[in-house]
Design a protein around this ligand. Structure first.
Ligand code: DSN
Length: 423
């Protein structure tokens, strides 16, 4: 059963209640390795399901366009203050609906349509909003894109610098969605200063690691920082933009009234709760364990002959090129899912296959770390993955169900927030 229980939905809409309970059970039974996903606490879940969803609050605390903000204003102020304290920033806007709107607000604040913008190419590990041709960022602006070196799989800072000085972008994004290595914010800051660009650190994937001291912070290097709140940071689906004092006002105006209407107040409260949790000493231990687990899983996969982009990982994320295993990322991901191991197929840098049928898989350790798995479990996980991928390469479904059952057995010792086998 879903936790907290959902008796009202079960009574009024059993069809949807059944699907919610099914998803809660699925999340508890699977080895969830999608690196951008996690398990939020019951406290965060409770905040998401409150009457705060009933309220409109266009504006900012103390400057709203609707009455009745006696409780909403302090909630948003607390969320802002907690973000400021946790990340050590001058200013935080906690209203962006998610990561893509947060990044759009940055463009709205610091660029005009047609201006040059710069980010990591999507097939190299960047995000859609960093300038991909199919995204509004690529259609309304003039994107120039950097990548990684073919020989190292790491960001090519010579290329970044040459491109930035030649193209003079208004905005440079540092960060991505499939970057297994530490992001060198000082190197980006130097280049952005030379090029006269606003440096934006998109820390969506690593925000929890930064908060927990397991990845260097961009504060002091990037005057603008965007992040989702639901990945390693372990909050609700939402986003924040953090800035220095100079860049605060353009960002606030871009988020509201530039891009959005009323903030999602239930999400704001859940962000505040998650930030409180992230300030606890136990969160530092979690962040360190996420990185330790990823390193252990990387080593165990490499021992079994798997090629990791960049040769390993510094953070929560692994990008595996399956070319040498004779199987594409998509059939491997689908077989792994049937074996109880959930991850996503992904392009690898210089991929020769198509984006919807690429060469790689992307995985990470935040969710399984939240459940309490440690380095000692990683060799077994690598062995299950190897067995499933090897079988899938031979179109053999044989071991998949058995592996899924073994994983369910192991995970019963690591309860997932959001599910209880007892009614
Ligand atoms: N969809 C997110 C991810 O999985 O990395 C990025 O927005």
């Amino acid at each position: 059963m879903h936790q907290p229980p959902i008796p009202q939905i079960e009574a009024t809409d059993p069809e949807i209640a059944g699907l919610i309970n099914g998803e809660a059970r699925r999340q508890s039974e699977k080895m969830r390795l999608i690196p951008s996903e996690n398990y939020v606490s019951l406290a965060v879940l409770e905040a998401c399901g409150t009457v705060l969803t009933n309220k409109y609050s266009e504006g900012y605390p103390g400057r709203r366009y609707y009455e009745g903000q006696q409780f909403i204003d302090p909630i948003e102020t607390i969320a802002i203050e907690r973000a400021q304290a946790l990340f050590g920033v001058d200013h935080a806007n906690v209203q962006p609906y998610s990561g893509s709107p947060a990044n759009l607000a940055v463009y709205l604040a610091f660029a005009q349509p047609g201006d040059t913008i710069m980010g990591m190419a999507l097939p190299m590990g960047g995000h859609l909003t960093h300038g991909a041709a199919v995204s509004v960022a690529g259609r309304w602006f003039r994107p120039v894109q950097y990548g990684v070196r073919r020989d190292t799989g790491r960001i090519d800072f010579d290329e970044v610098r040459d491109l930035a000085l030649r193209e003079r972008p208004k905005v440079i994004f540092a960060g991505g969605t499939a970057v297994p290595r530490t992001i060198d914010f000082p190197a980006f800051a130097e280049i952005a200063a030379e090029a006269g660009a606003v440096l934006v650190a998109d820390i969506a994937h690593i925000a929890g690691l930064i908060a927990g001291g397991a990845h260097p912070s961009p504060v002091g290097y990037a005057p603008v920082i965007t992040t989702t709140t639901h990945k390693t940071l372990r909050g609700p689906r939402g986003a924040m933009i953090m800035t220095d004092a100079e860049h605060a006002s353009p960002i606030d105006k871009a988020v509201f009234p530039g891009l959005q209407g009323g903030p999602h107040n239930h999400t704001t409260a859940a962000i505040a709760v998650a930030l409180h949790e992230a300030a606890a000493p136990s969160f530092r231990a979690y962040a360190a364990q996420v990185v330790a687990n990823a390193a252990a899983l990387a080593a165990a996969l490499q021992e079994r002959g798997y090629d990791l982009v960049s040769g390993g990982t510094d953070n929560h994320l692994l990008l595996v090129d399956l070319t040498s295993k004779g199987i594409g990322g998509k059939p491997a991901a689908k077989a792994l899912d049937r074996a109880g191991i959930e991850l996503n197929f992904n392009t690898v840098p210089f991929d020769t296959r198509r984006p919807f049928d690429p060469s790689g898989i992307r995985l990470g350790t935040p969710a399984i770390t939240t459940r309490g798995l440690t380095e000692q479990h990683m060799p077994l996980l690598a062995a299950w993955m190897d067995e499933a991928i090897t079988a899938a390469a031979k179109d053999d479904e044989g071991p998949l169900e058995r592996i899924a059952a073994e994983i369910r057995d192991l995970l019963t010792a690591f309860p997932a927030p959001g599910w209880s086998a007892q009614p």
